[in-house]
Design a protein around this ligand. Structure first.
Ligand code: URA
Length: 236
């Protein structure tokens, strides 16, 4: 579907709409090799070639955003009472159709993906994809060898059975901290798995989804777009 040039540049995270108008006015934007005449000019994304200051804009149909989710915001698209992760997006990353791919509890922090690619989210969340998620948990008491064995065998709690998970201590974060790696994404899963062994999660941070690590330079509440290659690491 044809799209306005300025909207195209915003959707590809090149600039804001206002900056697009300035770039066009300066003659810095070319479409199929010819200088663009107006920010309202129509083009066919993916078919027409767009360059800004001589550099070609490689077209990305979908947007993938990594967020370091802070506590206190909901992994939802909208809510009447609490801020959502979409409220934290800077204006240049806002687009129609964005949603969090996989949830983190309101009090949990760390790696959250936001996208407008429904197929990607579906594949990432499908149980048969076996996408592992790595969490660091602050606990009420240190993990024991018995807990490690119980997680390895698969625990059950409140009528739910959880698939085997890897659990190991994280002494650098305190004596009652641990890493846990799960491949399912059931409601409150990590919290309930620790409840199953008589422990309690006090803090929970997601560090990794598949092969994609949380960018350690992203402060809490910040986000950045991912390249398609980075998004693909989820499935590695
Ligand atoms: N498990 C939980 O208990 N909460 C989360 O947010 C994610 C995994």
């Amino acid at each position: 579907m044809p799209e306005r040039l300025d909207k195209f540049l915003v959707s590809q995270n090149v600039c804001t709409r206002k900056e697009a108008a300035q770039l066009v006015r300066r003659g810095a934007v070319a479409v199929n090799g010819a200088p663009a005449l107006s920010p309202a000019q129509k083009l066919e994304p993916g078919a027409d070639r767009v360059a800004v200051e001589g550099r070609e804009v490689s077209y990305q149909e979908f947007l993938y955003i990594m967020m370091n989710k802070p506590a206190g915001v909901l992994s939802a698209t909208e809510d009447r009472h609490a801020p959502t992760v979409l409220d934290l997006l800077p204006p240049e990353l806002r687009r129609r159709g964005l949603f969090p791919a996989g949830r983190l509890d309101k009090d949990a922090t760390g790696l959250l993906l936001i996208t407008d690619d429904g197929g990607f989210a579906h594949r990432m969340l499908a149980p048969k994809s076996h996408v592992y998620k790595l969490y660091r948990a602050g606990l009420q008491r240190p993990v024991t060898e018995g807990d490690v064995a119980a997680f390895q065998a698969g625990v059950a709690f409140g009528g739910h059975a959880y698939a085997p998970a890897r659990l190991w201590p994280c002494p650098e974060a305190g004596e009652a901290a641990a890493w846990v790696e799960i491949r399912e994404g059931k409601f409150h899963q990590v919290k309930r798995m620790f409840q199953a062994v008589g422990n309690q999660v006090l803090t929970l941070e997601r560090r990794k989804i598949g092969g994609l690590l949380l960018d350690s330079t992203l402060p809490l509440g910040a986000c950045r777009p991912l390249s398609p290659e980075e998004a693909g690491q989820v499935f590695q």
